[in-house]
Design a protein around this ligand. Structure first.
Ligand code: AMP
Length: 284
């Protein structure tokens, strides 16, 4: 596995792949890798000739009071995980200055989809995401790129950007990987004490319960949300909503592909999770 620290080296590596007509798969991450990240690598590995993973804690997507400085890191453990997953190149910039060119002044914004849900409580977050993903796509030039459904809104926003800017990459969504008890894997789970982890489980429990109720025939969104809220045991609920899976607009009835999404604080840790409701979504 090749370690790559700069965009220039990355581009040269990818150019060499392309000139040999090799397809490139890409999994962008912020590191502290777990089975959710590994599932994306495994999803792409058989579909491409070369597999690239990036580990970059992107300051642009963190708000001033968020956990940028304490975001968990384990570059050596991460490298071992990537090696075992059959990754060919690990892009791991030493610093944001190594990744963004001096004088960097561009921002990529997707409108509409980004001012709801997480976008409403984390202003600027999705601009940070789309800006870094656009630059990563430019640097890596992947044929396929995998994104987890764990970050459903991010997946929908990146899909919009790829379509709007005609970026020549095919997005491959990966299902949410959970611990055996249902908790969605997240690098931020490391922050949780054992009592907090127990209460964090109420997010997935609430979503599974809403899904069971919907599958039993309940289409009324207020009834579904009421059931979910009764289960949540969190310190601060950011949102629990049922929205159209692709437009992210609020629904009053589950009469099309929908998603129930939750974001909540347990202690000072902000956790997110989501689950499908209604007919299966079809990505074009
Ligand atoms: P992150 O390192 O948190 O930025 O995540 C990098 C990629 O891994 C994103 O596409 C996430 O959606 C995906 N991911 C994170 N956690 C999970 C999970 N539990 N299951 C599936 N994908 C995940």
């Amino acid at each position: 596995m090749q370690f790559i620290h700069t965009p220039e080296e990355m581009r040269a590596w990818s150019d060499a792949c392309r000139s040999g007509s090799l397809t490139v798969g890409f999994v962008p991450t912020m590191g502290f890798l777990h089975d959710g990240h590994i599932s994306l690598m495994k999803l792409l590995r058989p579909q491409v000739d070369r597999l690239v993973v990036s580990i970059f804690v992107n300051p642009l997507q963190f708000g001033p009071d968020e956990d940028l400085d304490r975001y968990p890191r384990d570059p050596e453990g991460d490298a071992e995980i990537c090696r075992r997953a059959g990754v060919d190149a690990l892009l791991i910039p030493h610093s944001p200055e190594d990744f963004y060119p001096s004088g960097f002044s561009t921002s990529v914004s997707v409108h509409g989809l980004t001012d709801v849900l997480c976008g409403a409580s984390r202003p600027g977050h999705f601009d940070g995401v789309t800006t870094v993903v656009a630059r990563l796509f430019g640097v890596v030039g992947p044929t396929l790129a995998a994104f987890g459904e764990k970050d459903w809104q991010q997946l929908v926003v990146v899909r919009r950007m790829v379509e709007d800017l005609a970026i020549p990459v095919r997005l491959v969504p990966g299902p949410i990987v959970r611990d055996a008890d249902g908790l969605a894997l997240s690098s931020r789970n490391k922050y949780l004490s054992s009592d907090q982890r127990q209460r964090a489980l109420s997010l997935s429990r609430a979503l599974f319960e809403m899904q069971a109720l919907e599958r039993a025939g309940e289409q009324d969104v207020s009834a579904l949300v009421q059931r979910g809220r009764a289960i949540l045991d969190v310190d601060r609920l950011d949102y629990l909503e049922v929205v159209d899976a692709l437009t992210l607009r609020p629904l009053s009835r589950v009469d099309r592909p929908a998603r129930a999404l939750v974001a909540a604080f347990v202690g000072t840790t902000r956790l997110i999770d989501n689950i499908p409701l209604g007919p299966e979504v079809t990505w074009q």
